[in-house]
Design a protein around this ligand. Sequence first.
Ligand SMILES: [Zn+2]
Ligand SMILES: [Zn+2]
Length: 211
Amino acid sequence: MPLKAAIVPVTPFEQNCTLLWDDENKQGIVVDPGGDLDRIETAIAETGLTPEKILLTHGHIDHAGAATALKEKLGIEIEGPHKADKFLLDGLPEQARAFGLQGVRPVAPDRWLDEGDTVSAAGTTFSVLHCPGHSPGSVVYVNAAQRFALVGDVLFRGSIGRTDFPYGDHDALIAAIKTKLLPLGDDLVFICGHGPASTIGEERQSNPFIA
Ligand SMILES: [Zn+2]
Ligand SMILES: [Zn+2]
């Protein structure tokens, strides 16, 4: 069954918390619940999906800030990101304080992911790419059959993830995009952590950071 998607903008960073579900049986996933839990819960109710899992692309607060609270409310597990982002997930309360946000708890994923792993949810399977650079443990979820990916803050429409953190690595990010994302094919559509969706072909041709 083709997946359906809905985007819920959350946190002051306007992060694209993404709901994905199989429209036939309504089994679904919540990707990057960064905050504004009430808004996410309203969207879940509106779509009628039954969340099976929470997936995280990386450990930044706008992506993971409400993951523990949502996990406890729904009684489901958290998968991802790569373990290299453990320090960010452990440090979420400190990230919150730096931005004046309150009530944010650390996240302990039930499963860390690595390059080549697969995640089954919403009646389909996603393959995992480890794409460090924006953060050391950033992962991308690819559904090759449905020509669709969730890329977090690795790649944006017309831009790339920032790498000006102490742990950022611009060269690693560019290498990951060029060796892992561009080969996915021009027709592949991706949802990113901020801003509008795009396609690999669009970015290959016009993104100034990788063209
Ligand atoms: Zn980020
Ligand atoms: Zn972000």
